[in-house]
Design a protein around this ligand. Structure first.
Ligand code: DP6
Length: 375
């Protein structure tokens, strides 16, 4: 028997968990070892509390083959290298602990996300963090083992297994590690502005491989920019210095997209709506610094902001990005304040299809029901 024991002494065979997506404030872009999923540079992130994967895992006896179902669709395990790598790592840990008996252990995964998986919202990070966290609960894996399992599925997933501000250190050789470096900042919010629900043309893994192979700028980023930036960002966060934090977040998002454009062939992830949001944020900050944008390998914006400024930002964004009436109705905060007038920005219809406002910094949790309400 390889599964762990519950408090009552019974073998734990299944668990249901919830894990949030995360957005990097300092971006991960590039691996120095693809097989072991070891990054070229450190990254730092916060989870987005309201966007999550809820996952039920069953193991042992009656589970005779690995299987994965996400939002009702069964995945073909022979073509799913990421799941295979994650499961193989779990069996390796169990083998070291229990010997050959563990090699037969199979995992049944049923997962539901509360947002579309192909919408460019870091769904794989939540999905693999949930699988790793659930296996960790079943087998009593250490935090380090849970993070490693998540990483095998998708690098950024290892940052979703912790709460608070999370630092994934590139390390040297094979010693990459991830840890929480500060508690959650209760006043901080993330506003996700969905500018496209299409799957991106070049996925992150492929895109970052092209960048590693062809970008000179990436070398400078890795050796000179990120190390200092990580230190400054963690310090600003710990000191609750919102302006300094926000300026670093935007500079790092811009640099991610700069190295993407420095790639052959160039990777263009931001669209016209993304750039319009950049203009809105810049103008919104003209008198007082209140918002910071961040874009991953996609066109959707994540705006970091303090709770006190959420309503005025949404009202202003709705005015200058010309949100539909339906969208405005979904943002009650924005209906109680006046939009700010922005200098040098013309209103533009830029197809924002969804707006999500969330607290940040929640970690994964055990839940009781896959179909229960929100995260
Ligand atoms: C731009 O973690 O999706 O979101 O490790 O190949 O699965 P793989 O890539 P992934 O890359 C995320 C890249 C990013 C920046 C970040 O989250 O740090």
């Amino acid at each position: 028997m390889v599964s762990s024991k519950t408090e009552t002494g019974e073998a734990r065979r299944e668990v249901v968990v919830s894990a949030p997506i995360n957005i990097a404030l300092i971006k991960y872009w590039g691996k120095r070892d693809e097989a072991r999923m070891v990054p070229l540079n450190d990254s730092v992130s916060l989870t987005i509390d309201t966007l999550c994967a809820k996952t039920k895992i069953r193991v042992g006896g009656s589970v005779e083959a690995d299987s994965v179902q996400i939002n009702g669709t069964d995945y073909d395990m022979t073509s799913q290298k990421r799941f295979w790598k994650c499961f193989a790592e779990a069996r390796k840990i169990l083998h070291e602990r229990n010997g050959e008996e563990a090699d037969e252990e199979c995992f049944e995964v049923v997962s539901k996300t509360n947002f579309p998986v192909a919408a460019g919202l870091a769904s794989s990070a939540a999905g693999f963090a949930a699988i790793a966290f659930a296996l960790g609960k079943i087998y009593d894996f250490s935090e380090e083992e849970v993070a490693r399992l998540a990483r095998m599925g998708s690098g950024s997933a290892c940052r979703s297994v912790f709460d608070g501000l999370v630092h994934w250190k590139a390390g040297e050789n094979d010693d990459t590690s991830v840890e929480k470096v500060a508690d959650a900042w209760p006043e901080l919010r993330a506003i996700i502005l969905v500018t496209s629900e299409k799957e991106k043309a070049v996925g992150s893994s492929t895109g970052m491989r092209f960048t590693v192979e062809t970008s000179e700028l990436l070398k400078y980023r890795v050796s000179h920019v990120v190390p200092e930036r990580v230190k400054s960002l963690i310090e600003a966060y710990r000191n609750r210095d919102f302006q300094k934090l926000g300026e670093i977040i935007m500079a790092d998002s811009n640099q991610l997209h700069a190295v993407c454009l420095d790639t052959k062939p160039p990777l263009r992830y931001m669209n016209d709506a993304s750039w319009h949001i950049v203009s809105i944020v810049e103008a919104f900050n003209a008198t007082t610094f209140r918002a910071a944008y961040s874009f991953d390998a996609g066109s959707n914006a994540c705006i970091f902001i303090q709770q006190k400024d959420v309503a005025v930002f949404l009202a202003t964004a709705a005015k200058y990005a010309q949100f539909s009436e339906d969208l405005k109705l979904s943002m009650p905060e924005a209906r109680i304040v006046e939009a700010q007038n922005l200098l040098n920005v013309e209103p533009k219809d830029c197809s924002i299809s969804n707006v999500i406002v969330s607290a940040v910094g929640r970690g994964p949790t055990v839940i009781h029901d896959l179909d229960a309400g929100d995260c």
